[in-house]
Design a protein around this ligand. Structure first.
Ligand SMILES: Nc1ncnc2c1ncn2[C@@H]1O[C@H](COP(=O)(O)OP(=O)(O)OP(=O)(O)O)[C@@H](O)[C@H]1O
Length: 294
């Protein structure tokens, strides 16, 4: 049955011969949200995503994507999802415009190919063959092919790997526009700033387990963390932790009579929190192994 969740997963388990890749994952992705799946290499992100896409079978658990179990999905269901893979497709002899139009033809309700090409910033490359595109331009083409079918749910696997900073910003705008148009997006990324910028919620997965799910602002109690105020003077660098950084800055300004040398106010970044969560999970694992529990 369809409900407010584009994705609903309970107790998902996937075993490979020598590895439990996904070990009891629960996950809800609401319609219209951008959800980022974070985790170290080998954590189980791709395996989870591929099960949601219908490319792998779960060993245990319940999986519902757009109201259907992907293991038994049909063509119509497939036309409602879009996938942007890590490895690009290679249709060497078609141009960008031909490829995007060709893909549009597979779907019952596609977007206008010209609008899609413009949206990914490839207008000048319409007549170019994919092998002559740069790495970043190739990724844009991958995104164009993933969205031309007008998907309700878009899977983006490490979409900006290899992008220069400007291309990454442009890509973020593209994703924001898709979100505004109502597309639900599942993003996997190793870039924490990307998750912070784009995601409504993030899930941190490690060793096949979902450690925590939250908004980028509150994950790991981030919102409640104290700020660090640092500055320098003739004695060197100083840093203090405080719940009232504004008052500290005002006091420093008064002390220095204006400009405070090398003043910086920092709250823990999403990356700080992420590394802490992964570190804690690894510590817990070591304790369990020592105790003979694993
Ligand atoms: N086809 C397979 N056969 C056997 N083991 C596999 C297979 N695919 C993945 N694995 C293992 O399952 C675990 C999870 O892999 P997965 O690709 O899901 O991780 P990931 O989080 O996507 O990693 P990355 O960030 O490196 O892409 C890893 O230990 C991996 O070696």
């Amino acid at each position: 049955m369809e409900n407010d969740n584009a994705v609903r997963v309970r107790g998902l388990v996937k075993r490979y011969p020598d590895k439990v890749a996904v070990n009891g994952v629960d996950l809800d992705i609401h319609r219209g949200e951008v959800f980022a799946l974070l985790g170290p290499n080998g954590a189980g992100k791709t395996t989870t995503t591929e099960i949601l896409e219908g490319y792998r079978r779960a060993d245990e658990g319940e999986v519902s994507v757009l109201g259907t179990d992907p293991a038994h999905a049909d063509r119509l269901w497939r036309s409602r999802i879009g996938i942007v893979l890590q490895t690009s497709r290679d249709e060497a002899e078609s141009t960008v415009a031909e490829l995007v139009s060709h893909y549009a033809g597979y779907y019952p309700n596609p977007r206008d190919p010209d609008e899609v090409i413009a949206a990914v910033g490839l207008e000048e490359k319409r007549k170019t063959r994919p092998r002559k595109l740069s790495g970043g331009q190739r990724r844009r083409l991958d995104v164009a092919l993933g969205v031309v079918g007008n998907p309700e749910l878009l899977f983006l696997d490490e979409p900006t790997t290899g992008f220069d900073p400007e291309a990454r910003r442009q890509f973020w705008t593209l994703i924001e526009n898709l979100r505004t148009s109502g597309t639900t997006i599942l993003l996997t990324t190793h870039y924490l700033d990307e998750a912070e910028h784009l995601a409504d919620r993030v899930g941190v997965i490690d060793d096949g387990r979902m450690i925590e799910i939250g908004t980028p602002e509150t994950l790991g109690g981030r919102g409640a963390r104290t700020a660090r105020v640092s500055w320098s003077d003739a004695d060197g660098q100083h840093e203090l932790r405080t719940d009232k950084p504004t008052a500290e800055v005002a006091a420093l300004m008064a002390r220095f009579g204006g400009e405070v040398p090398e003043l910086e106010v920092r709250r823990p970044s999403l990356e700080d929190i992420y590394l802490e969560l992964i570190g804690k999970a690894n510590d817990a694992k070591s304790v369990a192994i020592e105790a003979g529990a694993l």
